[in-house]
Design a protein around this ligand. Sequence first.
Ligand code: DP6
Length: 330
Amino acid sequence: MTSPKKATATAHPNIALVKYWGKRDEALILPHQSSLSVTLGPLSVTTTVEFREGPDEVELNGRVAEGSERSRVLHVLDVLRAGTPQGGAKVVSRGDFPASAGLASSAAGFAALAVAARAAAGLPRDPRAESILARLGSGSACRSVQGGVCIWRRGQAADGSDSFAEQLVDASFWPELRLVVAMVSREEKDVKSRDGMRLTEETSPYYLAWATDAELEVERASELIRRKDLEKLGELAERNAWRMHATALAADPPLCYLKPATLELILRLKEARRQGVPVWFTLDAGPNPVLLTDAAHEDAAVALARSCGAAEVVRCAPGGDARVVDAHLF
Ligand code: DP6
């Protein structure tokens, strides 16, 4: 390689309404079941990748990445470089939302990395290839390459070539949809998703039932989204979140991501609905629920979250595709 090649991309995080929980292949990050998520605007992560002579350098949110953070980034780049040889990489990545927002920045981060790295290598935009590359950093990242609602099909192939996310509808399809992150707890979760899903799969007697059910729920959720049926979609999202957590609670040792404040809020939603506020929850592997509602009831959902002790809330709506941008971070 002679001249330096540099590109920058921006991607949004996503929240799954049908969760991914468990891998059939740890190295390739292939899931047991399909999952479905909403891409979340306006939050974003921006990543610049430059290929040039010299050692690999990775900086995330202002500090030099070390350990598994660094090796996961380099793994994604190494897979790309195995196909299209490049020099050493300099990677700088920055999120515009604090870790305290309770949303993992890894999904947006790896999606932005995959898009920027392919562009820096001179490859054309290709959502399928970008989704597969992002997946190798973090499974849920494959669903952040495109906006709106995306489905990660589990695929069948041993090499993962058919395990990537596809867009069901774009961000303009359901602009009134709202997702409110309710920060009821700032405690660090003690078991990361990667370890939690492994433990669940290895020890929970309910794991097979979880995976079988989630696969079927993806088709149902797709239909409800096409019909913009918030009530039925909310019910499905809650059911799927409860089932993921039930599976995890049945692991050995049990995995409980809920805090008392989590339960207080999510148990209040039934009463809120009785009073006419259409609001449901989903919950990732942590204590902070994400409330599902519409634009007309966003303020009511925020007020409810605050009344249950949420010190901070983050208001989100469907976000757009990951995109290549001109403003480099270095
Ligand atoms: C509960 O994608 O963070 O948020 O593939 O091991 O990096 P790795 O895990 P990750 O797990 C996400 C789990 C989840 C559900 C979801 O986003 O589908």
